[in-house]
Write a protein that binds this ligand. Structure first.
Ligand code: PMP
Length: 410
């Protein structure tokens, strides 16, 4: 594999201070990257540097610190624009994360577009944050939430999706890559079909933004949301991309400072984009540090990241399939580096605890996809998820610890 020779994983690991520690006397093996990724020193240093040198409120100040902080904050917007292939910088709206982005969309254009009797389409593999906001909207508007089914491998049933689409469909909101199964969904195909019936398309990019190339303009997406903390960036900062024509017609989400043009006792006008959707003092430090996480990814390149992570996924899949008592959950042809599995006769939580004793961090439970677990007849799974800094040796450590743990628990 070409890229494998080019990227120096050891050098990449050196950039992540947290990885170099022992847990319960064992070297930490961090395989919970779908929950949150670790942060390189450049991201941590950007946070510290802002508070040490530049701390000031942005946009309104004319003093030097305010100008420096504003410049750094707005530079992140430019980095994000490039990162997701948006046409305009004002299409990049900063949020707290994926969850806030989807709630924003549901509470603004969702309320505008969805009427009694209309339909909203989501898939059977959605995270709660791409399910509950639409349930809330459907209840309020007396609309119906329809579920695109999946097959046993955890892939969308595209034929069923087409037959669910109609002129009643106002919103199609789907996950790009599933956090519970790893499945990568055919976003371009879905978007094209949804647009044919006049629906708007929302894509939950929480699990795809760090692994896959994103091009919102080329894919003609209406909305794309993701979280900084899953792309090697800080918590508390995320992005909602919205197509400019739609953002212009949408009402604001929160009211307050920054989002206004003029305020009188009897009303207000809204500010221009993107500020119309950024009420109040934003999360300045984390936004500035987010630019560093994007630079970190760009420096390695998505292609190299994908190649390395695909290798890890394939290797881990092979290792897990050696166990007769392990069943993989999510065997789609197109996956990001997420391995969900169940162990016959072993509760996932017990397994998670024993693996932690071996220094191995995985996630166990329903992964905020309770309806999906229900659909698959499961209470939960164990999930190992890989990032650019993970290695085959760590997967070997997982395999060994799994052997020992299963023996103890059976
Ligand atoms: N969607 C998916 C697919 C996710 O994996 C997550 C995080 N687990 C979210 C949405 C929610 O992201 P956040 O908690 O950062 O808002």
């Amino acid at each position: 594999m070409q890229q494998m020779e080019v990227i120096d994983i050891k050098a990449i690991r050196e950039q992540f201070p947290v990885l170099h520690q022992q847990v319960h006397g064992k070297p930490l093996v961090y395989l919970d990257n779908a929950a949150t990724t670790q942060k390189p020193a450049s991201v941590i240093e950007a946070l510290v540097a802002y508070y040490k040198n530049d701390n000031a409120n942005i946009h309104r100040g004319i003093h030097t610190l305010a100008e420096r902080a504003t410049m750094a904050f707005e530079t992140t917007r430019d980095e994000v624009r490039q990162f997701i292939g948006a046409r305009h910088r004002e299409e990049v709206i900063f949020t707290r994360g994926t969850t806030e982005g989807i709630n924003l969309i549901a509470a603004t254009i969702g309320k505008q577009r969805v009427r009694k009797g209309d339909e909203i389409l989501v898939s059977a593999m959605e995270h709660h944050s791409n399910m509950v906001p639409w349930q809330m909207l459907a209840t309020e508007k007396e609309a119906t939430l329809k579920i695109i089914p999946i097959n046993e491998a955890g892939e969308l049933d595209i034929q069923a999706f087409h037959s669910l689409l109609s002129e009643k469909t106002k919103i199609v909101s789907v996950v790009h890559a599933s956090n519970a199964l790893g499945t990568v969904n055919p976003i371009q195909h879905i978007t094209e079909a949804a647009h044919q019936v006049g629906a708007i398309v929302v894509v939950d990019g929480a699990q795809s933004a760090s692994h896959l190339d994103i091009n919102v303009e080329e894919w003609k997406l209406d909305f794309f949301v993701f979280s900084g903390h899953k792309i090697y960036g800080p918590t508390g900062i995320g992005v909602m991309y919205g197509r400019k024509e739609l953002l212009l017609e949408m009402p604001p989400y929160m009211g307050g400072g920054e989002m206004i043009g003029e305020v009188r006792y009897d009303g207000f006008t809204t500010n221009e984009l993107p500020y119309k959707f950024e009420a109040g003092t934003p999360n300045i430090a984390d936004t500035i540090a987010l630019a560093e996480s994007i630079r970190f990814i760009n420096k390695i390149g998505k292609e190299s990241i994908r190649a390395h992570e695909d290798d890890l996924l394939q290797y881990a899949t092979e290792r897990l399939l050696q166990f007769p008592e392990i069943k993989l959950i999510g065997t789609a042809k197109n996956k990001v580096s997420i391995c969900s599995f169940i162990v016959e006769g072993v509760h996932h939580q017990d397994l998670g605890i024993l693996l932690d004793q071996a220094g191995i961090a995985i996630r166990t439970g329903h992964h905020c996809t309770m309806p999906l677990m229900h659909r698959m007849g499961l209470k939960g799974t164990s999930r190992a998820s890989f990032a650019i800094y993970n290695t085959r040796e760590e997967i070997d450590a997982l395999e060994l610890a799994l052997k020992k743990s299963i023996k103890m628990l059976k």
